[in-house]
Design a protein around this ligand. Structure first.
Ligand SMILES: [Zn+2]
Length: 242
């Protein structure tokens, strides 16, 4: 195999590995941040329900105080009834008592509503707590796993870069820009030439050019897709040597 084809083949493989590493190093932190965001949302949700519950509890206690206050007033008024001398005063006080009792009966209804709210909030909160706890443990594990992967990928990245530099140093200086250009356009840089056809783009290769590929004399690019052409013979010799 022409050594430059072999170098290009190796370079292409290393570049693919590097781009996969780069892709993962870009994506894994995003995944971690997605998990963290979701956990934060879940936590916020739970907090909202707890805040709502505190609000309702305060409401409930305010109503209870009002009821107690009214009851106290009714008790005093009822005692006062015995000391009253005039019919007019008696009637006025009775009216007051009746009014306070009516208010309390309304308040009791409200109190019941608040208690129902608390009950349903509590069952919702315990559900949210369960959900949050399971997310926290599941996502926590995922986040740890991704962090470990990132660390591992980071440790692989620099040696891989150095390996690439070593390979590039074996490449003729004029070939590297061509390689970069083909890689950018096609992804694949090498193409097998077989039966006068480039298997990279399936266009015919002029016979004279195809013969040059077979003689392994120099690097040949496909006139159509620009990929570097190699023949089956070269791959066999590579298999023998490597
Ligand atoms: Zn081609």
């Amino acid at each position: 195999m022409r050594d430059q084809i072999l170098v290009l083949d190796t370079l292409q493989r290393i570049d693919m590995e590097l781009s996969q590493l780069e892709k993962n190093l870009r994506e894994y932190p995003e995944k971690i941040s997605d998990f963290e965001k979701e956990l934060e949302t879940s936590k916020q949700n739970l907090e909202n329900f707890n805040n709502k519950k505190s609000e309702v509890l305060m409401n409930k206690s305010r109503i209870e105080q009002e009821i107690a206050h009214n009851e106290e007033m009714i008790k005093k008024a009822e005692q006062k009834l015995f000391e009253i001398k005039t019919h007019k005063e008696y009637e006025a006080l009775q009216k007051e008592i009746a009014e306070a009792k009516r208010k309390n009966s309304d308040l009791e209804e409200k109190l019941l509503e608040e208690m129902e709210k608390i009950e349903s909030l509590e069952s919702r909160i315990s559900k949210e707590e369960e959900e949050f706890a399971s997310k926290e443990s599941e996502y926590g594990e995922q986040i740890t796993a991704f962090k470990e992967k990132i660390e591992e990928l980071n440790s692989l990245y620099k040696p891989k870069k150095e390996e690439k530099e070593k390979i590039v140093s074996n490449l003729s200086a004029d070939i590297l820009p061509i390689y970069e250009r083909i890689k950018k356009r096609n992804g694949q840089v090498l193409a097998l030439a077989k039966n006068e056809v480039c298997t990279g783009c399936y266009m015919s290769i002029p016979p004279q050019l195809f013969n040059e590929v077979l003689t392994l004399a120099r690097l040949i690019q496909c006139p159509n897709c620009q990929k570097f052409l190699y023949c089956e013979e070269e791959m066999k010799s590579e298999a023998k040597t490597g």
